[in-house]
Each structure stands twice: as C-alpha cells, then as structure tokens.
Design a protein around this ligand. Sequence first.
Ligand code: PMP
Length: 392
Amino acid sequence: MPFRSLVAQPADSLLRLIGAFRADPRAHKIDLGVGVFRDDHGHTPVMQAVKQAEMRLIATQDSKAYLGPEGDKGFVALLEPLVFGRGFPAERRCGLQTPGGTGALRLGAELLAKAGVRRILVGQPSWANHAPVFAAAGIVVVPHAMFDMGAQRIDLPALRAAIGQAEAGDAILLHGCCHNPTGIDPTAEEWRAIADAVADSRLVPFIDLAYQGLGDGMEADAAGTRMVLDAVPFAVVAYSCDKNFGLYRERTGALWATTPEPQARDIVLSNLLALARANWSMPPDHGAAAVRIVLENEQLAADWRGELDALRTRLQGLRGELAALGQVGSVDLAPLAQGKGMFATLPLTPAQIEWLRATHGIYMAGSGRINIAGFAPGDIARFGEALVDLGR
Ligand code: PMP
C-alpha cells in the first residue's frame, strides 16, 4: 500500500484557531486570527460593485465554453494600468489570469524553477504559505532577517546584508504592500534603496502584491512594485484580487513576468501557458469576469473604489485607535499607526498569546500576528486592558 509511507501533516494552525473561536461561548471574545477583512459587525461583506457585476455576468453570459490557460484576457489587461502604471512598456511584460494569488505564486515559482533559479530569499516573518509554495515548486527558501519587531520597522541593513550574500541567479521575494504578517512597508526612500540593491546584485525580484489598495490607496500601494520593475530586466509579479475586491473564495489572481525585450517575453509567456495547462488547465472564470465587468464600467469602477476607500479608512481608523493606546504593559502599540493593511505582529510569546485567549477570549495567531480588521467598536479598549493585565 503506497499510502502507508505517508506521514500525517499538522492541521493549519489558523483553521484550528477558527474552530476554537467558534466553540468559545464567551460573548466578548475577539477574533484577530483569520486574514480576511471584517466590517464593524465582524462580517466579511460582498462588495456592492462586485455584486452588481455578478448580476450582470449572470444576465449576459451566454456560454461557458473554455477560455484557455490564460483565462480572461480582458481582466488581465484592465489590471495592468493599476499594477504597472501608464509608463511601463507593454512589450516588456506578459501576464495571465491565475487561481488567486496563491496560484500566481505557484506558477511564478515554477517558472523560476524551469528557468534554472534554485533559491529564493524570503525575509522573515512572511506569509506562512510562502515557504510551502516555493518548496513545492522545488525552490529552496533562504530565510533572512528584515523586521525590527521592537521598533516595528523594516530592518534595512539586514535586508541589504542578505542581498549582499545572495548568489548569482537567486530570486528575492518582496511584498508589494501591506506586508503580511507585519504591516511594515518600506518608505519611498527604502524602496529606492531596495530596488537599487536588487538591480545591482542581479537578483530576480518576485513581487507578491496581494493587498493593493488596503494600505494608502491603489496608486500609492503600487509605487514600490513599479520602482523595482523599472530597475531590473527580469521580474515576476503575483497579484491577488481576493482582498481588494473581497473575492476570497472565488480565487481571483494574475501573474506577470517582465523581460528586457519582446522575444524573451514571448518565450516566457509560452512557458507560463504550458505550466498553467499542466497545473489547472484553466483558471476559474467567475471572480475574474466580475472584476473585468467592474473595471470596464466607469460607474461600477467608481463604486468599487469608494468601497475600497471605506475599507481602508476602517483599517486606518483602527490602527490610529490602537496606536493611541501607546505603551500597554510590555507592548508599545504607538508604531502601529505607521503600519499598512490588515496585519501587525506584536512582540508576545506563545505563552502570553495563550494566556490572552484563555483569560480574555482574545484569539490571535501563535506568531503574534493580529488581523486589525477583527476589532469591533469597543474592542480596542478591552484589548488594551488585556495587555495591561498581561503585564501585571
Ligand atoms: N500573498 C499574501 C502575502 C497573502 O497574504 C495571501 C493571502 N492571505 C496570498 C498571497 C494569497 O492570496 P489568495 O487568497 O488570492 O490566494
């Protein structure tokens, strides 16, 4: 029996946390675990603009015949100005639709592996699925420091040192914005330094842009990505629409590769299509078609931007409230105001995190990551009191 050689794998720790939260009878419990946006009522809503687009899609779609491994080309084309801006030469890039940002990461990793890239530098901490995705594609993850947890700042010297030690032909993973799990994004000057260091060392940047619009807005959140893309001949960008369009389970994403000239681009695209075909043949249509309908319609696009603005404003407001608590017990929350997006990682030990869960019904990942969108009105004061209580 071949299956007898298999070794049991641990359940995803965040999924375990969801189960424990659901089973907790305490009315005042707070869920800061799972990484989805939540409104004031703890709900993850379908955006109205997306709902409208879905209704139009249902009303007008007259065939479900296969599209092809590239998916919805209109969807990809409409995202391009949002990601690349207007200046990037179209003949230097190729892209295709993927099953979510995860599918894009996997496809990009397989492209790199096929092109002979053996290792990728990944700053720590990173999204928990990055390492398994790269490993599954046969790429060795080389972890390096880049987060100053105490100061809640990027550790640029550590990142520079890692780049300095990289080998020719290595890749480097960069979070385009709203770093998961720290919320620490480089400043414009830091992005400039990163782009120059990556270009000088001839690393292939692999940019994961999964939260565009949740930090400072769609344009601002793409600035670092664009700086890096402008500085290097070859790069990969994995994109997710699952957060900024609220499409999570619809698995809506895209992947682009950039090359110095069109001949190389055509070869890269043919490889991406072949890899996609061998993985999932074609990406699921619905989410990407809904995004396309939103973006091709002026009114729906404006509505979506308004909803995205509201979502970002909620996150910024919650960050401001947390930061206003300042030093609570052993934790200084003041720097959280500078963070972007949904996440922050707090300097708490696993024992302290467990104590907060058992004593105060506060659920967060074992790494100390909190999803800021998990706070309902009134929760933040209680969270602060719990941290004071923890310090006693
Ligand atoms: N990259 C990062 C940094 C993420 O946090 C996530 C999702 N949590 C993804 C990629 C994958 O997104 P998707 O759900 O679209 O696969």
